[in-house]
Design a protein around this ligand. Structure first.
Ligand code: IPM
Ligand code: MG
Length: 364
């Protein structure tokens, strides 16, 4: 039997509730598909600041490096908002991505057929199906470039730097091209090449890698402002989108909403090896923490992505996705529930987790 070691970083806010449900689902999947996972909890974010005074303890980095993969809840909250940039919970998240070399962030925006009416977009705009993969560069660009405070004409000023090397663009482009090759063979590279020098290098590099290594994949280029507009005008035109760290952060939130709720979308952060970091794309939602209202599906689906991309259990991953689809026919958490729905009841975070486990068992 395959045995894996997975680190759990529950983080802050709703983090512990949603991770707990994902763990239940992964354990159920293990029983059904013949593998077992040994979970080990470590600290990250605000809870780490409270416990040991830093958002990213060295012990957390060491544990993640030694594990087969890592599952993360969410970090941050108003309690730590007053801290300076380097001490904030978010610094822990950026730090762990960097420490593990996770340069590629995959954020699939898919619409479950059961949730079509939960999308804020009209049915005719959504079209037949919606299945976009946003490939976001995760360890470079303005998130990691030089930043600081300075003085200009006697006034305080601040700056952040967007910088990409050819090598950084090449490796994220290859991830995106490989992804496109397995899907609809269409890649849209998003930049701001009409203004930014770093974008001009990005665009030229993506074009070269495409010509040399992926002539079978069609490349288009789009400016980020246009892409933000096209995502709500005609989302069906996109297959794979590849973009920089900051543009990917923004566009993936937008793409997620098309799918009905940000509470539904999973993500995978990968480096050059098999191990990765899997997390919902939503935040820690401190306003609903502890109320049982959180939607655990994005974290459960992140667990499925872990099985697929890190642990070589694609069958179990597909079964979890199917179980989620099935459960959505009759049960919804508050974020995707509308009053008066026929045959659908409103459920809590833990009930939702249990229902997915039940559906998983019933499918085997
Ligand atoms: C995300 C988040 C993070 C990011 C924050 C919490 C630092 O918004 O994962 O999209 O900007 O990468
Ligand atoms: Mg974000």
């Amino acid at each position: 039997m395959n045995q894996y070691k997975v680190v759990l970083l529950k983080g802050d806010g709703i983090g512990s509730e949603i991770v707990e449900q994902a763990v239940n689902v992964l354990e159920t999947a293990g029983e059904l598909y013949g593998f077992s996972i040994e979970f080990q909890e470590e600290l990250l974010g605000g809870s780490a600041i409270d416990a040991v005074g830093t958002p990213l303890p060295q012990k957390t980095i060491d544990a993640c490096k030694a594990a087969d993969s890592t599952l993360l809840g969410a970090v941050g909250g108003p309690k730590w908002d007053g801290l300076s940039g380097d001490k904030r919970p978010e610094k822990g998240l950026l730090g762990i991505r960097e420490a593990l070399g996770l340069f590629a962030n995959l954020r699939p925006a898919v619409i479950f057929p059961e949730l079509r009416e939960a999308s804020p977009l009209r049915a005719d705009i959504i079209g037949e199906k919606l299945d976009i993969m946003v490939v976001r560069e995760l360890t470079g660009g303005i998130y990691f470039g030089e930043r600081g405070r300075t003085a200009e004409n006697g006034q305080e000023a601040a700056y952040d730097t967007e910088k990409y090397s050819v090598g950084e663009v090449e490796r994220i482009a290859r991830v995106a091209f490989e992804m496109a090759r397995k899907r609809g063979k269409r890649l849209c590279s998003v930049d701001k090449a009409n203004v930014l020098e770093s974008s001009r290098l990005w665009r030229a590099t993506v074009a070269r890698i495409g010509q040399q290594e992926y002539p079978d994949v069609e490349i288009t280029n789009m400016y980020v402002d246009n892409c933000a507009m096209q995502l709500v005008r005609n989302p069906g035109q996109f297959d794979v989108i590849v973009t920089s760290n900051i543009f990917g952060d923004i566009l993936s939130d937008e793409a997620s909403m098309i799918s009905g709720s940000i509470g539904m979308l999973a993500s995978a952060s990968l480096g050059s090896g098999k191990a990765g970091l899997f997390e919902p794309i939503h935040g820690s939602a401190p306003d609903i923490a502890g109320t049982g209202k959180a939607n655990p599906l994005a974290t459960i689906l992140s667990g499925a992505m872990m099985l697929k991309y890190s642990l070589d259990q694609p069958e179990a991953a597909a079964a979890i996705e199917a179980a989620v689809s099935k459960v959505l026919q009759t049960a919804r958490t508050a974020d995707i529930y509308t009053e008066g729905m026929q045959g659908v009841r409103k459920v809590s975070c833990s009930e939702m987790g249990q229902l997915v486990c039940d559906a998983l068992k019933a499918s085997r």
